[in-house]
Design a protein around this ligand. Structure first.
Ligand code: AMP
Ligand code: ZN
Ligand code: FE
Ligand code: FE
Length: 291
């Protein structure tokens, strides 16, 4: 099947407001040049990416939906060790409770970053917080990718991924855990902000083969979950089919996105993932029209 840009969208994008390397206006330009029909900016634990895109002005030929990706605790009914991320779409950017919680998540990151730095320093690396902040940009929220970037640029690691594999990934010597919101709370906050909570990249939850039990999906629905990200760069075709089946069976909306991070995930392209991703624009319309 040929890639049909105007009929395709990307609903999972990171910008320099979190750990993407393109600014929101640059993302808009890139999405326009790729003729994507619509996009959502879903930065980690901040609405700033969506805010900046709106402030820059959305090209009229492109759809746009506000978004955020909240770091949540993995509910105990998911075996494994992966990450539970909840996407929030169409949220009111000024919602007080949501902004308060996001601020708490951001402050927790600010507490965590010096601890990561200390660990790296005690491992013998000459690094300063100023250098890491520079990698994130003056207003950017620091995350592990910025540590990895600086370590690479100073020649401390042979590649960006090696920084994670050897130091920054879960369980490695410079890993520091971070505060997460309870999953039901993340879902509730998004709904209270007028938004649509969606389970991000279910395969990354770390369950066997990425499969989700019906009971787990029911439990998430009981918490108020509305959608599931079936289309995703790292999902296999079998996983995608599994999530589409679950969505049909449990009456969930389907979403999809590349999880574009710019140069921090160089193999992942906006809109197209690793080249084969195609996210139909109908999914964007369904999100937008959801009542
Ligand atoms: P943080 O939010 O600071 O915990 O960093 C999480 C981000 O780091 C993710 O969104 C990914 O972009 C990146 N990341 C996490 N684990 C890895 C890994 N093993 N290799 C490369 N990048 C990773
Ligand atoms: Zn990220
Ligand atoms: Fe995620
Ligand atoms: Fe993401």
């Amino acid at each position: 099947m040929d890639f049909d840009p105007p009929a395709c969208v990307d609903l999972h994008i990171h910008t320099s407001a979190s750990d993407g390397t393109y600014s929101p206006p640059e993302i808009l330009k890139l999405a326009l040049s790729l003729q994507l029909g619509a996009i959502a900016i879903t930065d980690h634990d901040t609405l700033d990416g969506s805010r900046e895109a709106l402030a820059a002005g959305i090209p009229q030929e492109m759809g746009f939906i506000t978004g955020v990706e909240i770091s949540a605790e993995r509910p105990s009914f998911f075996p494994g060790k992966g990450s539970c991320h909840i996407l929030g779409y169409r949220v009111n950017l000024d919602d007080r409770n949501l902004n308060q919680t996001l601020e708490r998540l951001q402050n927790a990151r600010k507490d965590r970053n010096p601890r990561i730095l200390e660990r790296l320093q005690s491992l013998g690396f000459d690094l300063t917080m100023d250098e890491i902040q520079q990698a994130a940009g003056p207003k950017g929220q620091i995350g592990r990718p910025h540590f990895a970037q600086v370590m690479l640029s100073k020649g401390y690691v042979p590649s960006f991924n090696a920084a994670f594999d050897d130091y920054l990934a879960t369980g490695k010597p410079a890993y520091v855990d971070k505060y997460r919101v309870a999953c039901p709370r993340a879902i509730e906050l998004i709904r209270a902000a007028g938004g649509i909570p969606v389970l991000a990249h279910p395969a990354l939850l770390g369950t066997p083969d990425g499969r989700l039990e019906d009971s787990a999906v029911r439990a998430l629905k009981d918490m108020g979950l509305i959608g599931i990200e079936a289309y995703y760069t790292e999902h296999t075709t079998a996983q995608q089919e599994h999530y589409l089946d679950l969505a049909r069976k449990h009456g969930l909306l389907v979403t999809g996105g590349s999880d574009f991070h710019g140069k921090f995930k160089p193999r992942t392209e906006l809109g197209r993932g690793r080249g084969t991703l195609q996210i139909p624009i109908d999914l964007y319309h369904a999100l937008n029209n959801y009542a």
